[in-house]
Design a binder for this molecule. Structure first.
Ligand SMILES: C[S@@+](CC[C@H](N)C(=O)[O-])C[C@H]1O[C@@H](n2cnc3c(N)ncnc32)[C@H](O)[C@@H]1O
Length: 468
């Protein structure tokens, strides 16, 4: 008899391009029900926001992976739980009691040097909150932000204007993980991607998470949980539109108002809310033993022959790669840096100035070959071969006509790029079916265009045979 489990919960995820929250109900859900028996092993090769992994954890054993560390932290917080100990772990969570002491200490150390600037920001945000955002308000907030835009780690003291002069000692150098007060978000991102008060909150929460009591058997799990909650809070508080690829410009009053609106969010309260939301998702999930999360380039999960080696399986591998030339490490660099908290060197323009976007230097950012027009087909082949060789089924999410590989096929002169994709998969699997669901898209650089979300369902793998 087929094992039954209650319908899994759909987690409220971070804001993430290509997150599959809308694709699960009635689409991915149906394909998985047909292809993988309950209790089987589901491998989420590029798990991103973790929403698919979290949902699948209610039905299957889940092995997740992503090259970005923030993704791995989020996935761990959602799926690395054991059915026998989950409730004991959840009972230990208390953000206020766990984080307050270190938080207050760090916040006080930052609030001294930044006191004058915090006051100026509070005056601007308070006026906005009280509906006094007229032209004069915009002029003064713009002026405050223009002054702040010239600040970054390593700026020379003479360029630091009031009201930021008090913070010169923090701004003139580049901090390091052990330095106190923790000031990475404050010196790198304040008044750019977050408000100033929000940045002080982020640093103080981040350091409080690292300072959770040693010797507690749940320390690592709680650290992961709170860091995930902080990443959720930071993701939805960006002063950018919904990511961190470009800060907003200061020209239009409407942009200033949008920024002010976001900057009223209290990050500490938001962390507490997301902590509760993650705990709810975990608490309502009927886990299978053996879930595990990796944080690597998928190629590191292949053996010398190019076959995937997973801790359990074979079952079904789900591949949801980037589908445009935009790298996730550019859109979500802030989440990656907050996770690593390593005060990276920032990229400079030709004149030596720090870029507005505050991106880490390229050596700190992973660039996926799925985002490279010349390499994307080879990446698909590697995954197809690796999955077929370990005897698993494969389901691929992709978008038509916007998927980079499909665009490449059109450029190469194929009339029917989907037929070409079908043939490619057919080199490795005897059964290939492409399912479509029409959708409106607003992510990955495409603004509100109608596309087809695809699920390419591949079964009956051919025997091992390298085809490239
Ligand atoms: C479309 S998103 C996945 C979205 C995810 N399914 C969700 O619902 O949130 C693509 C993901 O692929 C990851 N990625 C890109 N290249 C990778 C590689 N070579 N190895 C592992 N992960 C990779 C990116 O970091 C990104 O999180």
């Amino acid at each position: 008899m087929r094992e039954t489990k209650p319908a899994p919960r759909l987690h409220r995820s971070i804001w993430y391009m290509g997150a599959k929250s809308r694709l699960i109900p009635g689409f991915l859900e149906k394909v998985l029900a047909d292809e993988l028996p309950v209790g089987g092993t589901f491998i989420d090769l590029m798990c991103g926001s973790g929403v698919v992994s979290a949902w699948c954890a209610g039905l299957y054993r889940v092995i997740s992976n992503d090259v970005q560390s923030y993704s791995a932290v989020i996935a761990r917080s959602l799926i690395e739980h054991s059915p026998g100990t989950r409730d004991d772990f959840l009972a230990t969570l208390d953000p206020e009691a766990d984080l307050s002491k270190s938080y207050e200490a760090n916040y006080a150390l930052l609030a001294g040097p930044y006191g004058a600037a915090l006051e100026e920001e509070a005056t601007c945000l308070d006026a906005y909150a009280k509906d006094r955002a007229d032209g004069a308000w915009a002029d003064s907030y713009r002026e405050y932000l223009r002054t702040a835009a010239a600040l970054y780690p390593g700026v020379s003291g003479e360029n630091i204007a009031e009201p930021f002069r008090g913070a010169a000692a923090l701004l003139e150098g580049r901090g390091e993980p052990a330095s106190r007060p923790a000031c990475l978000a404050t010196t790198y991102y304040s008044n750019i991607y977050f408000g100033l008060r929000q940045s002080l909150q982020i640093d103080s929460l981040r350091i409080a998470i690292d300072e959770l009591a040693e010797g507690d058997p749940w320390r690592e799990a709680r650290r992961t949980h709170y860091l995930s909650a902080l990443l959720h809070a930071a993701s939805v508080s960006t002063s950018g539109t919904s990511h961190f690829a470009q800060p907003r410009h200061l020209v239009k009053d409407s942009e200033l108002q949008a920024m002010a609106r976001r900057r009223l969010t209290d990050i500490r309260e938001s962390l507490a809310e997301y902590s509760a939301a993650i705990a709810q998702t975990v608490g309502e999930t009927v886990f299978t033993e053996g879930n595990q999360v990796f944080n690597s380039d998928y190629r590191e999960l292949l053996d010398d022959e190019g076959a995937f080696r997973f801790p359990s399986g074979p079952g079904l591998v789900y591949l949801d790669p980037p589908y445009t030339a935009d790298n996730y490490s550019r859109f979500y660099h802030v989440l990656e840096v907050l996770t690593r908290y390593d005060y990276p060197e920032l990229k400079r323009d030709r004149g030596g100035g720090i870029l507005r976007g505050r991106y880490p230097v390229l050596s700190h950012r992973f660039r996926s070959d799925f985002c490279s027009p010349t390499k994307v087909e080879d990446e698909f082949r590697k995954v197809l071969f690796g999955v077929a060789s370990c005897g698993a089924k494969l389901v691929i999410s992709y978008a038509s006509p916007t998927g980079l590989l499909l665009k490449e096929y059109v450029r190469e002169g194929y009339d029917d790029p989907l037929a070409r994709l079908h043939d490619l998969c057919g080199e490795f699997f005897a059964s290939v079916e492409i399912l479509r669901r029409p959708m409106m898209h607003s992510g990955q650089g495409d603004s509100n265009i109608s596309i087809d979300e695809l699920l390419v369902v591949c079964g009956r793998p051919h025997s091992r045979r390298r085809a490239w």
